[in-house]
Structures are given as structure tokens and as C-alpha cells.
Write a new protein. Sequence first.
Lengths: 205, 347
Amino acid sequence: MLVTGIKSKPVYAPLRYDAGGRYHVMLGQEVGEAPLLRVLGDMSGSPEALARTRVLYVPLRAAAAGAAPAAAFGGAGVADVRIFGTTAALLEAFRDLLGRALMGTRLYVAGPESFIGLAMKIALEFNLNKDEIRAEECGTRARRVYCIHCRTTTENVRTNIVTCGGCTRSLLVRDHYSRRLAAYMGVMADAEVPGELPPIREVFA
Amino acid sequence: MSTAFKPDETFRDSFTFRNSEAAIRRFPMPFPEDNYMYSVNIEPHTAGPPGSVTEFPIDIDEHYVAECKERALVLAAEPLRFQALPHMMSAQWDCLELIMESLARDYPQHFALARAGNRWHWINRPLGINRHFTFGEASSLDRQPLDFITRQAQGDWVVMDQREGDLWTEAGMVTTQADWSLDFDVGMTFKEWHGPVPIAHELGVFDRALKFLLNLRLGAPVRRLNWTMTVHPRLDTSPENYPFWGPDRAAVTALNAGDLVNLRVELQGLWRLPRSNAVVFSIRCYLISLRELVTVAKWGRRVHRVLKNLHPELVDYKGLARYRDAVVEWLAPYDDGVPTTPGTAPE
């Protein structure tokens, strides 16, 4: 069974401003702030585009919260900045926004892979195509892992083997990735011989 | 082949599945040579010799009734083994038409299809189904069209939508699979779906296969063979149920391999569908125990040589790592070193 090097593992490229878009929706988590500010910098000569830009951002770490991010995005010329206390709240607002979005909307996502995955999952439900979406990965490589046996998703997985939050089996984390589930596949690691497990190591720092 | 069904054979627990002598002779041997590596081994799905598995586009054999019963057992426990995204309804009807037309045309003793405009009448004698419905009207069947018809067909069925220069796995009935999950993979592009296959990406196999399939024409289906091995004649080797069948792999020895281990061959057929422009991919599984296999001397020699020299990454990918050596040891006495004739025929 192939565990690493699987071609369904998504690859993301640095964010760039898409001048072909009419509306710009930017989602950021934690260290995703910097790439978004970089794109906004590229838009500084286009006040009309900035006026049609919305930023949804969740800092996560308490130290980064407060007024600082809002001020930074505001300073880049964005009027519509919303700062969230949790990722779930941000995603809910994003879903609501997409329900009302107009043709010509461009989506920019910046943050850890698991955050991008969750945003992409929602974008997929609204049939945004790949030309309308761009994402830049930064921050933790911790994974969401979907147990193929009991269908529970375990969050923030940093190790090659993880105990399933649902069925408690030891799962081997594969590179096989589902955009629809926004998760990697977890498969029972010692099904053939109970207890026969490889050494547990942190591999997704 | 004259199909005397064996409705009571099982693919779980008691594992009473066996091949008749005729079924052994028609087994789709996947190795034309004494060694094996991936290739884009796609050929036109044209009629093979009478009695062969490719005589008709969709093969019905002695295991038909038992396999349909096995599928019903899987679905009763795990309904998500059938899935279809909402925009696939037109393709579902296309599949129903393809299967009903093929079976009624090629096996009139078992199946009948009468059509008056959209009013269709379907008879499946082996399963005791007699059904009037309106083609294209979902409410006229008690299940979705693909679900309805693939419960009456052997093999797995995956329907791929074609758009943006790709094929998207967006509907399917998958209960007899070699360790892949429709539930996990539904919605994937062609290359994402095949992501876990080693080496072949680097060989450019999927680039070429995708390009080929995007240009698949209506009325010109194609096929290929693929293979792996399975302990016991178990059809449902899904990742979902791996905790239950995984331990079988640790039970194989050089003494019991002949009875426990089966060569598992997939006859994969691909058709362009007329209304939806989707592509349906049928993955029909044939099983043969090593003991049955060596009754054809050429096959005993050949499978021994293929397995002995198989690329290590393929040994791992096909899940053979734990018992390949035992299988090679069991087969060794059936390989006297005599050269084999080219091609797959029993000779």
C-alpha cells in the first residue's frame, strides 16, 4: 500500500492578485495574514478592486488576536475586514458569503493546509472552478485524518500513526487526500497482525 | 458458456465459491508473458471467441446469482457503497440502458427488455425480477437507476463525468473492490483517484490513459485487464472492512497457499455514454484459487515466474508483502522450467 508520494496530495502555489476578478474574497488563518497582505500590496494601485475586497481572518493564537490584524488589513486599504474567534465561525460566514456571491468572484485562501482544505471543501460545494480559486500554504502541516473504517475525522494529526477519535483503532496516515472530505485517509495500521506497529514519529510538524 | 448458476456459493465466512472446469478454462489470465510491469494495455472491447469472458460486452457466468446476493449483503450493512452525486442522474439512466440492452440481447434465456417509447418492461429471470417503469423518470423505480441495475450485474461500476479536460469519479456501485474506497474517492479527478498507484504515474501511464479516455467514442468501448491476489475467494476487500480481512494475509503458509490464495483478475471495460457524455467504467472481478489455476500447466509455470520476479513496489502495493514468498514456494513444484508459449491461452 502506497503511503507517501501519492498524487492526490494537493500542491499549492504562492498567491497572486487576479486582476481579471471583479470581487475578491480573502480567507486567512494564523500565519496566512502575511500572504494576504502581500496580495493586497499588489492591489494598492487599484482602489476600485480594494473596495470590492472582503477579508475574513482568524488569528487562532491569543497573542495575535485583538485589533492588530484588523488594523493591518485596514491599513492595506480594505474596508470590509472581519476577524473571527474560531475557524468554524469564519467558515460559516464564508459559506453564507458564497451563497450570495456574484459572478466574477475570486477566492484567495492562505493558511495551514487543513484550513485551505476546509475552505476548498465549501468552495467545491458551490461549484467554484479552479480558475476562481487560489491558495497558499503556510504554517502547521498538521492533518485532518478521515478514518476509512468508522468515518470519523480526527483533527490536528502530527504523527504517522494516530488513534482514531471514533473507533480508537491505530490509523496509518496516508498521503491520499479527498477534497470533498478535506481530509487524508487513515487506515488501520495493525489489521494484519494486532499490535505490529511502526515507530510513532512526528512527521507533520 | 452454458450458464448453470450456483446460487448458494459464498464469498465470506464459509467461502464455498469454486470454479467449474469450464470456468477455469475461460479464466481471463492477465499475463501474456512470464513477467509483468504496468503498461497502457487498453484494447478495443470487441467480441472474443464463443464461451470466452469477452464473447459479450457484459459477461454473465455461473457465479451471477451468488455475486448479486453478496452485493445485497454488502449494501445492507453499508449503503454508502453506492453513491451518486446529484448531477449524475442522466448518466445513471445511460448505464441502466447499456446494461439492460446488453444482457437482454446477449442472454435472452435469462433477460428480456421490451420498450414502448419511455415505457420499459424488464425481466430478470435468474433473480426473479419483473418490472415496468418509465425510462428517465426516477420515481418509477424504487431505487436510483444505477443502484437498481447494478444490483443485477456482476462487477463494480464507476461513472466518470467529463469536464474541464478531466474525468471525475462521481457515481458508482463498488462492493467487490481490490482495496479502494468509493466513499473516499467520489468527486476526485482521474489522477487523484489513481493517486495511490505506485510507479505508473512516473511511467506516464495515467497521462496517456486519461488522454485516451477523454477521446473515447460512443459505440467503441475499450477494455484492459488488471490483477492482484486475495486470500480466500472474498469479493469485498474494501478498505472499509480491512480490519476484518487483513488478518487473513498473516494466515498464508507454503502449505495452505494453494487453497487460501486466489489470483484476482479485473476485466475493466469502458464505455462512452450517449446522453450524459460520461464514461462508465466496469471492474469485473474473477477469482481463481492457485489449486484451480495449476490445473492448466502453462498458467502454473507462468504465475510462478511472474510472482517470483515481481517489482518490490508492486509486491507492496498489491498487498502481497506478507505472503508472496509462501505463494512462490507453493507454486514452485508446478514450474519445471519449460518455456511457455506466448499469449494467455491455456495452450
